[in-house]
Ligand binder design. Structure first.
Ligand code: M6R
Length: 609
């Protein structure tokens, strides 16, 4: 949450900061600001409520020649989104400036001490204490002052600090919130996400927790908070500029939905051996012996990644002998768990930065479990802190609503389970069958996408209803949860996902002619029961849309609308069934005039608890 971008070099800083913020806007977008230190070292600070484009308008026509500056796009935690609460924050001398992602937990105490000392605060934020303290601790070196402040602040932070008293320098530090340095020639960058750096450099250095970095145009140094130099390796960014752009699509979400055939191919590329019916996952190789003999797997994740984990449980239960639990990462860390080396903890995360998921794997590692990452963002904290893992290789996902990464996570969970299962009881022919079905998925997804106009039609028909229920059984229960999450987060239609068997235990009381239900029906053992549930809903005049891979006459008789998806192996069926739900949500949101890629109150990367 919150995007941070900084630049020091030979070019004008402001356009680079604005461009970087636009690329990070999915991290938070309720206000934005920047400060640039001009040639004469006069700070020029601009801040505004709302989107980065408002900030851009503010600086249009301003003669901003400064070549050093920091900027921020905010997801409010302390204090409303107002200009006064927008970053960068300044100290009382207006010579020191900070941008911050995270939460300073002891800010109230520090604020009270500073106020008692005569400091007047100009914002309601937790962040402002940082910069007031930097100003008071400055004795000639900006990093020296920041180091003093790091000794007293508690909580999580990724910060960047500049000062007109120590010009041409950015000091950054990290604890709990991501910070990445971009290394250029005679120019340096800092950001909370590599996405901001892609147009400028492919050489990056990821800071670890408790690292401080000092950057000038020509050099950078990483230090501990006690000023001991640290060597951090340089990594290459593997994203292209085009991948982070919308092209001709009206929204990133739509682009990402349409990329899913390719996403599936990328998730599988070089990772299957058809003749052997096996998956080949290099990132798990070093631990494969331990993984084969695990007694238990616990999948930890949040939101959409949690739904992928719930589907993962079905997949592992069917293909391996290992017992599986799925936990919301935010709950896992507070449980009294018995973990040891016979337990594997799989962290699923698109961003690789979700704070609860990160805390969960740290807890699991502390207790001796094997930690395994399933992450999209290469080099992200979860990817670095898990002992082994698999990348999605799905490219950047910019729309706040996760789509293509969900599908990628499901493909990889199948590959992981197949890898283990083939050491256990999965037969060669079953392995080959799963791989063949996986290979058919891209074309099947493309087929569903060709039917998008039908989903547009359905969205037009149902978007006027303020509520919607999604139901499914077995492996389709989490798909129902995911469908409901997609709909509510981008269209603001109240939506609930339920295991269909729970209908009679409460939710059916909601049903009337104004409460539609979207039912996921497969041809498996749950078919008859799903049909009964649907009849019960119809008996109460509830409109029903069925999404199915096995259309029957009964469905046409009972449902108001039926949307067909191709049929595949039952463990892969969610990969196809979710696509129409994504498109349905997208069109509902579009008809309702919602800001699809940046839904209200949300941010793509949840780096605060
Ligand atoms: O980056 P992560 O996968 O760890 O993020 C977890 C959730 O915040 C995320 O999946 C969220 O639920 C989606 N953006 C919703 O579409």
């Amino acid at each position: 949450m919150c995007g941070v971008v900084g630049y020091v070099g030979y070019r004008k800083a402001a356009p680079i900061l604005i461009n970087g913020l636009k690329r990070l806007e999915y991290r938070g977008y309720d206000s934005a600001g920047l400060v640039a230190l001009d040639k004469d070292n006069q700070p020029r600070r601009y801040r505004g409520v709302g989107r980065v484009k408002n900030l851009e308008k503010q600086i249009q026509g301003e003669d901003l020649v400064a070549t050093c500056g920091i900027s921020h796009t905010r997801w409010a935690t302390h204090g409303k989104p107002t200009e006064g609460n927008a970053h960068p924050h300044a100290d009382i001398s207006n010579k020191f400036f900070v941008v911050h992602n995270g939460i300073i937990e002891n800010h109230a105490k520090l604020r009270a001490q500073l106020e008692a000392d005569g400091v007047t605060f100009s914002s309601e934020t937790d962040t402002e204490v940082i910069v007031q303290l930097v100003g008071r601790n400055f004795k000639g070196s900006l990093e020296g002052a920041v180091e003093e402040v790091l000794k007293v602040i508690e909580g999580t932070f990724g910060i960047a600090v500049v000062s007109s008293e120590d010009p041409g320098k950015i000091v950054a530090a990290r604890r709990g919130s991501p910070v990445v340095l971009g290394i250029g020639r005679d120019e340096m960058f800092i950001a909370s996400d590599v996405g901001a750096l892609v147009p400028y450099t492919d050489q990056v250095v990821y800071l670890e927790d408790n690292d401080l970095a000092v950057m000038t145009a020509t050099d950078y140094q990483v230090l501990s908070f006690d000023h001991v130099p640290i060597k951090r390796k340089t990594s290459m960014i593997d994203w292209t500029v085009e991948e982070g752009e919308r092209g001709d699509y009206p929204h990133f979400m739509l682009k990402e939905i349409y990329e899913q055939a390719e996403t599936v191919r990328n998730a599988m590329r070089g990772r299957v051996q058809l003749s052997e019916g096996v998956a080949v996952l290099g990132g798990l190789q070093s631990k494969i012996h331990q993984i084969q003999h695990l007694k238990k797997l616990i999948i930890v994740s949040c939101g959409t990644s949690y739904h992928a984990g719930m589907i993962g449980r079905h997949i592992f239960e069917n293909l391996t002998e290992i017992s599986v639990e799925v936990e919301l990462a935010s709950e896992f860390r507070y449980r009294r768990l018995r973990l040891d080396e016979t337990v594997g903890v799989i962290a699923i995360s698109q961003s690789g930065e979700t704070i609860d998921t990160l805390a969960a794997i740290r807890e699991a590692r502390r207790k001796g479990a094997l930690t395994i990452g399933l992450v999209n963002v290469v080099g992200s904290t979860i990817a670095r802190e898990t002992e082994c893992g698999v990348y999605c290789h799905a490219g950047p996902e910019i729309g706040v609503a996760s789509t293509k990464i969900f599908v990628s996570q499901l493909v990889i969970l199948n590959l992981m389970a197949l890898l283990i299962g083939r050491y256990q009881s999965v037969s060669l022919s079953e392995g080959i069958n799963i791989i063949k079905c996986l290979q058919e998925l891209p074309d099947q997804i493309s087929g569903i996408l060709k039917n998008a106009p039908r989903l547009e039609e359905l969205a037009r028909k149902y978007e006027k209803f303020p509520n919607c229920l999604f139901i499914g059984r077995q492996i389709h229960h989490p798909v129902a949860l995911e469908g409901a999450l997609k709909l509510k987060e981008i269209s603001y239609i109240h939506a609930e996902g339920y295991a269909a068997g729970e209908m009679k235990h409460g939710p059916i009381s909601l049903i009337d002619e104004n409460f539609p239900t979207l039912a996921l029906v497969s041809g498996d053992a749950s078919y008859e029961k799903m049909i009964s549930n649907i009849q019960e809903i119809k008996a109460r005049s509830g409109p029903v849309i069925i999404v199915t891979s096995k259309r029957t006459a009964e469905m046409d008789e009972f449902a108001d609308d039926v949307f067909e998806v191709p049929s595949t192996h039952e463990l892969l069926q969610p990969i196809l069934s979710v696509v129409p739900l994504q498109l349905y949500s997208y069109y509902c949101a579009r008809f309702r005039g919602c800001e699809i890629d940046k839904p209200r109150n949300l941010a793509k990367s949840v780096t605060v608890e």
